[in-house]
Design a protein around this ligand. Structure first.
Ligand SMILES: Cc1ncc(COP(=O)(O)O)c(C=O)c1O
Length: 499
């Protein structure tokens, strides 16, 4: 049985800001910290609990579960939980009353901490459904630190010299195994190039293509607009090519004059379209006929919910497809760690481009990641995230449907975001009044998007009517109750302005 927090009155705890029911049962707030290696687990749990109290996720007056219940839910020893309660009571985060349990204390001031002492950025006033962000609180800090420590202990002195620009052999071996097992990528360790994310993969490739005489490169429209400046900086002219319900339009691609195209076939960013088998075949035909190159950006290929994974396109034609991905969705974008599996004929030029760009990725980080992969910890992390993100996606679908009956939701089978098309335009002011930030699909369009289709009859050109109806909503970084509360406020805002 899972324990949950209750308040001093026996009620479900509430969010101090909204007065609405608080999020999670106890175990959920603390689970990531409890799943780290035994050494340091107490410290991690303490940090997670302090943070929850400081941020108000555990409101003053909330009663903590008994040490026995919490220990059982977290799978840790009861002694560890007793120590944790005693420590935080001594620090003023908790109070305990003889015989009646342990409670969250009312913090009269922020407890001293080096971080709290520094002026931080202002608290975000809104629930931001920014797409593409994983839940950074799920980053496995303890396991990552352990991987670092063990990697550093195992590295000979000579390994601290400049690394091979292609990447450490042990990391390339671990990545080749991972990518072939999870994504069906056909690559040997000698064919993997370690880089600092998909962004750098595009930068390196842009230079190589430019040196080979390419002038233009095709990018998906809608798509990730941040790719445009990366490729322009490499001297290429990015041309937007439309994406329809089956994927990138091969006719428009052929007409674009490009001999290279960047695509997201497993889960298009941002529409969530999965490239159909026919479209995948047509694009491979294009590449074979034009001696072209398809760049497969597998940015969120690890997160699949309702169907079997769509294997990498690269597996069908490793000589026509450059595969690239990173840990930006699975661990954290701040690590700046990624990989490429390019066609063999491009490998040497790409490695040279990497060498002259930065002499290779940091050795300790590469060695730690190799150990993290080999130990199975990365797979575990993916499973944990997959479970959480599925719950959050389901919560968002339910909350959207309740807030706006008739809303059309798509792109939900995979990834960290979905598309919602409201049956009415939603002006920014309506979102702002609800303390919600939504990104219109048009933010991801290089050219004017197809009309923001609504079923409504033509209406006079008012500001509201000019407002968008289709939005891209990221959900992975928000808890189900944050999602529910935000959509509840949005529904209220819809009602008050009768959109
Ligand atoms: C379409 C797409 N590709 C790739 C990435 C990741 O880029 P990087 O690996 O450089 O962090 C993102 C990040 O948001 C993205 O939206």
């Amino acid at each position: 049985m899972r324990s949950s927090w209750t308040t001093s009155t026996g009620a479900t705890p509430t969010d101090p800001a909204t007065g609405e029911p608080a999020d999670s049962p106890a175990w959920e707030l603390l689970l990531p910290a409890a799943s780290g290696p035994p050494r340091g687990r107490g410290r991690e749990l303490g940090a997670a609990l302090r943070q929850s109290v400081r941020e108000g996720r555990l409101a003053p007056g909330t009663r903590l579960p008994s040490t026995r219940d919490l220990a059982r839910d977290l799978g840790v020893s009861r002694g560890l939980v007793s120590e944790l309660y005693a420590q935080l009571t001594a620090e003023g985060y908790l109070t305990s009353r003889q015989g009646s349990g342990t409670w969250v204390a009312a913090l009269t001031r922020t407890p001293p901490s080096p971080v709290a002492a520094r002026p931080g950025p202002p608290a975000a006033p809104v629930t931001d459904f920014r797409p593409g962000l994983p839940d950074l609180a799920l980053f496995p800090r303890a396991a990552w630190s352990a991987a670092h420590r063990s990697a550093l202990a195992g590295l000979p002195d000579a390994a601290l010299d400049y690394p091979p620009p292609q990447g450490l052999p042990e990391l390339r071996a671990a990545l080749a195994e991972l990518l072939s097992r999870r994504r069906g990528v056909v690559v040997a360790p000698e064919g993997v190039l370690v880089c600092s994310g998909v962004a750098q993969a595009l930068t390196l490739l842009g230079r190589v293509l430019r040196a080979r005489g390419h002038r233009v490169v095709a990018l998906e429209d809608p798509g990730s607009l941040s790719q445009y400046p990366l490729l322009s900086a490499a001297g290429l002219r990015p041309v937007p090519v439309p994406v329809d319900a089956e994927g990138l339009d091969p006719g428009a691609l052929a007409a674009s004059g490009a001999r290279a195209a960047v695509i997201t076939p497993a889960h298009h960013f941002p529409t969530g379209v999965v490239h159909s088998p026919a479209r995948r075949a047509a694009l491979l035909d294009w590449a074979a006929d034009r001696r072209g190159l398809l760049v497969e950006d597998d940015y969120d290929g690890d997160f699949r919910y309702d169907r079997a994974p769509v294997g990498a396109l690269q597996g069908l034609a490793p000589d026509l497809v450059l595969y690239t991905g990173s840990v930006s969705k699975s661990l954290a974008p701040g690590l700046r760690l990624g990989w490429m599996a390019p066609p063999a004929e491009l490998l040497d030029e790409l490695v040279e481009a990497k060498r002259v760009t930065d002499l290779g990725n940091a050795v300790a980080e590469q060695a730690a990641f190799a150990g993290f992969l080999r130990s199975g910890r990365y797979d575990r992390q993916l499973r944990l995230c997959q479970r959480r993100y599925r719950e959050r996606r389901d919560a968002l679908i339910e909350a959207l449907t309740a807030a706006a009956p008739g809303v059309r939701i798509s792109g939900v089978a995979a990834g960290l975001h979905l598309i919602a098309e409201f049956p009415f335009p939603v002006p920014e002011a309506v979102c702002a009044a609800a303390g919600v930030r939504l990104r219109p699909l048009s933010d991801y369009c290089a050219t004017a998007p197809a009309a923001d289709a609504t079923d409504a009859a033509p209406a006079p050109a008012t500001a509201a009517h000019a407002a968008p109806a289709r939005f891209v909503l990221g959900y992975a970084h928000l808890t189900p109750s944050e999602i529910q509360r935000a959509l509840g406020r949005l529904a209220e805002s819809f009602r008050s302005v009768a959109v």
